[in-house]
Ligand binder design. Sequence first.
Ligand SMILES: *Cc1c(COP(=O)(O)O)cnc(C)c1O
Length: 450
Amino acid sequence: MQFISTRGQVPPVSFSTAVAQGLAPDGGLYLPEQLPDLKPYLAEWSKLSYAELCEVFFAIFATDIEADELKKIVTRSYTKFDHADIAPIVKLDDDRYVLELFHGPTLAFKDFALQLLGNLYESQIARTGNRISVLGATSGDTGAAAIHGLLGKEGVTTFILYPDGRISPLQERQMTCTGADNVFPLAIKGSFDDAQTAMKTVFEDREFAAEVGLSAVNSINLARILAQCVYYLSAYFRLPEDVRDDITFVVPTGNFGNVLAGWLVQRMGLPIKGFRVATNQNDILHRLFESGTYQLDEVAPSVAPSMDIQVASNFERFLYYAEGQDSEKVREIIQTFKETGKYVFENFDRAGFSSSRTDDAQIAAIIKDVYAKYGYVADPHTACGFSDGFEGKEIILSTAHPAKFPDTIQDAIGEDSTHPSLEELKSREIVKYSVEPTPEAIKAFMRARV
Ligand SMILES: *Cc1c(COP(=O)(O)O)cnc(C)c1O
């Protein structure tokens, strides 16, 4: 299978090229040239384990990877999860289910994609002999998941920028207490935006990029989206038969990455009834689905920090389909949005999405209510999925373990939330590097380590 850019200005590429490049050279995002029809496979797939399901799903897309190699890559990627089901479902009552996506090594859903991406990179390096340097900027979960996905991978050196003192102490420990010698957490003096800006400038230096084999692991990588598709299939198959065709998937999201994966699987023929996009107070997506206007606003830091995003980078993939696969139209919309911070869609089609918005006060109240009603502790991101106005059956995607956000949980229910893997980190040594948030300082640091 070949992969095309949403902006249509580069020729189609193979799976491995799309994964290695991340962003297409025309600035667009990669998508399969044609979405496969999964309907003929569903009956057979419903009996598979999580890793088997992931393998048969990826075999459709990763046609340039040998079957045996793909099996190894996928199998390895789900060995560090602490639950036999990998993505278990918890039934709260007849109408409400939770899909727990936090059983990976860093206790957030990003492990599903980044564990796999790490193994894809390693396999690619073994085939090509070209070493790579991964550079990323994080406000918390992505950096931890990326570091744990790339830990000890042969041929990969990882550099993650984060704002010193502005991420949670546990998130910092997940990045800085690994003991790995191919991982460099760079604590910069400045904000997440400073880190992000410096990182972008480093990527623009083509010569430097070629010199160190620079690669990005941000949420626009096609492999991340495809890896996330698998838990929608798995969840559908594990729900009771009389429930699964009549249930809405509720997805806490900021970048539109998580929910887009489910929507793509629906387009491939999995009969999911519909989706609700659950935002926190940074509600650009909620406003879009309510009004048909996509409009930038200031980011307001919340207690669900991994969703504190205004420009939803994966939205461009949705746009491509919503605009009838018209790349020219996509370019025009993105350009208008870039210049004016706003795009008004005429006759906006919600494409089966509903949406909700949950602010910090509501998140605290929901954590308390859900605990009182079901004895279930929801993390602040998951809590956004339990917003008011609920009708019918819902399965809420739980994107992080509550123990990652102990203060918010303590404030809401008066109890501590802990996890053995986080407790264990508290006695380990922190190794981090202090770097100025300038492209020159970052490049000098990287050159010295590659
Ligand atoms: C990254 C993250 C999200 C948002 O994911 P999207 O890619 O924006 O859909 C939600 N919750 C947690 C805990 C996260 O780490």
